[in-house]
Design a protein around this ligand. Structure first.
Ligand SMILES: [Zn+2]
Length: 420
């Protein structure tokens, strides 16, 4: 696999098959024009004789061949391509938008929370640490993420680093610090939740607000989840304040009670939702709210070494039930996004994303549904670009196989990633 960091110039890419932003095949032999990292235009299908003249023109720097290439491009686009144009032949491959992880914590590495936190206090260590996490995400095809917050607001700093192109990284939707109740779960993620802190986060430039509405799901006792953290009224103050500032709200809600309260208070995105009830799913569908179920934080207990078999069984029961509810959510037409909660204990960035998809497949979802969840729904939930849309950043995957034909395993056969 090769990462292609898009240059600030003109790039023409010939896609053997193009999967568009809705997750459907948009045709074969499509030429994409990328300019300054933005998808400028889409041409095609390109007839086979024009493909061979594109392929026979190389860019060895020879003036004659360069002229041939520019001529071959202009025959397809019907306009003069800029002098600095280069060409990437992906006619043997499938091109699609990058995958989206709707729930990560970039400040942590999934290995050692405390060590990760000390690392962030030393400014010189921020970039190398971030670089390895970004590399791991991108290698797994994840070109956009939404960060669920950290105590120090490191996710805002990382968004800045990627925006300034200091190091290549995914598009980051940042929440700064999660809002939580004092003396309750979430101390590593944020600070006291009230309307004033919503305003402060808005000023700091967050993209969304994250609120922790419940404690954690337990794998020691089936059915047990930490308590509700906010009164309905307090939650409504936060949500109304956020909405008045044009910010959507994502809620950590591990129990059905927390989901129910979050939905009633106007929260836009439900995270986790273990033990979610059918009634809550129906309400979610009715209200057109989105759900990021995150199977990994529970599933991980079934594969971790040294876990008491009793707890393993409970974890399995929880995630199996969750799989059923995910299938039901798709059947109800709910916008489900794929999130791994990477950065949380034992969940390294990027590495378990494919497992999350596999569990969707095991739950009975079609490849098309899974791909739409992973990119189309993910783009909607994170508010980032779906990759193949004119005037939007080109964040693309080039795959050796077509996932719509070969199944989700094709998402592991990445030839190139292209991003800014
Ligand atoms: Zn989280």
């Amino acid at each position: 696999m090769e990462h292609i960091i898009l240059p600030k110039r003109n790039y023409y890419l010939l896609a053997g098959t193009l999967i568009g932003k809705e997750g459907n095949s948009e045709g074969n032999n499509i030429l994409l024009h990328i300019q300054n990292r933005i998808l400028k235009d889409i041409y095609g299908p390109v007839p086979s004789e024009q493909i061979s003249s594109l392929q026979t023109s190389s860019f060895s720097g020879e003036n004659k061949e360069r002229r041939n290439l520019l001529r071959a491009i202009s025959e397809i686009t019907k306009e003069e391509p800029p002098e600095d144009s280069s060409f990437l032949d992906c006619s043997a491959y499938t091109v699609m938008p990058g995958l989206v992880d709707c729930h990560v914590h970039l400040a942590f590495d999934g290995v050692d929370d405390e060590k990760a936190m000390t690392g962030w206090n030393e400014p010189e260590s921020v970039q190398p640490l971030a670089a390895s996490r970004f590399e791991s995400l991108i290698s797994n095809g994840i070109l956009a993420v939404r960060d669920g917050g950290d105590q120090a607001g490191i996710n805002l700093l990382l968004r800045k680093i990627t925006q300034e192109k200091k190091i290549p990284g995914p598009l980051i939707t940042a929440t700064g610090n999660a809002l939580r109740r004092r003396n309750s779960y979430g101390s590593l993620l944020g600070e006291a939740g009230d309307g004033d802190n919503v305003s402060r986060l808005a000023l700091a430039g967050v993209d969304q607000i994250k609120v922790v509405t419940s404690g954690l799901v337990s794998i020691k006792e089936y059915g047990r989840v930490g308590p509700i953290h906010f009164s309905f009224e307090d939650l409504q103050v936060i949500v109304n304040k956020a909405h008045s500032l044009g910010l959507k709200v994502m809620a950590h809600a591990d129990s059905d009670l927390a989901v129910d309260m979050s939905l009633r208070s106007g929260i836009d995105f439900i995270e986790h939702g273990y033990y979610i009830s059918r009634e809550s799913l129906l309400r979610m569908a009715d209200l057109q709210r989105c759900w990021t179920p995150t199977l990994m934080p529970v599933y991980i207990w079934t594969i971790k070494p040294g876990v008491d078999p009793k707890y393993k069984n409970i974890a399995e029961r929880i995630y199996r039930r969750h799989q059923e509810m995910i299938k039901r959510a798709f059947d109800l037409g709910i916008t489900v996004g794929v999130g791994t909660d990477s950065g949380s204990p034992s969940i390294k960035h990027g590495e378990l994303y494919y497992k999350e998809l596999e569990l969707y497949s095991e739950a009975g979802l079609s490849t098309g549904q899974i791909i739409r969840a992973a990119m189309t729904n993910g783009s909607f939930i994170t508010g980032t670009s779906p990759g193949i849309q004119k005037c939007h950043p080109a964040n693309l995957l080039v795959l050796e196989e077509n996932p719509l034909q070969e199944g989700i395993s094709a998402l592991k056969k990445i030839k190139y990633t292209l991003h800014g």
